[in-house]
Design a binder for this molecule. Sequence first.
Ligand code: GLY
Length: 327
Amino acid sequence: MLEDKWSSGFFIGLLFRLGQLTGDSLYTKEARRWIGKIEPYKTQGDYQDIGFLFYYSYALGYDLTGMEEYKTIALEAADQLFDSRLPGGYLECSWLPEGKCYAGVDSMMNIQLWLWASRVTGRECYRAAAIESARITCAALVREDGFTYEYRRMNPATGAPEQPFNKNAKFGAESVWARGHAWALYGTVQLYVWTREEKWRIQAEKLSGFYLSRVCSDGVPPWDLMLSPEETVMRDASAAAIACSAWFQFAGALDSDDPLRKQFCNAAERVLQTLSSAEYIPSSSGHEGLLVHASTPLHVVQAPGESQIWGDYFLLEALHYSLEVGS
Ligand code: GLY
């Protein structure tokens, strides 16, 4: 389970969410059986994806079960990540050579652990760190037109943004990695949900607008948003599931008479229906997960159309929030 470290928490999160949705304690029991495998990573503060790892396992586990032990462990991971902030407040991309010189889009997800830590402890320092890290990351990676870069080199002496860089997309810095863009959108929505600051609402709209202008006719994006949707051989249903859950949560945070609420609920509903169809959840696919065409970037794809654990997780999470928003 822990071979692909950044995504291992989603397996635990999936089990907790299944327990929440079905009321069947078997799932929660299984989550409890596996969760300890993740704990040893809590001391790796310089690995920014411990935000992914610990938010969707221990932090979510605490929210859904109230187990104090999970809270303690998630806070230890949050503190490690907090202590490893680089001068300027952004997070190291430790998987890149010279990772300390890059701001990366995944940070927008990893800071969720701090938003959660601020919520459960009431400590302002976590909230301030999340907002500052997101501000710097977005200034470096989100363009005015809603286009996103995966990474940008930051001047190690001054912290000033330098040239952009893409690892997981087709056309280098001219590309938009669909999953990375979905991470930026999802993280922005979390910031809006937990701070209610207008700038995050505006950014969520901007990122959604760009994304929606690039999706295929069924509402699922090409794996690189700059590929022509008509010619695309590979879509990324996992990015669609991430955006879908983000939109339900965004809609849920907006006032009931805000026209955007309906707009984002409709967008999310449409994607949820598409992803629930036999094309995306076939009765037998030969892949381990449920949601197929959840492509990861081309250079790491094992088999065309494959499933990914985070695709299944966000689809289930979207279903949960669709029930909460009551659409
Ligand atoms: N590290 C997060 C991702 O690859 O999407």
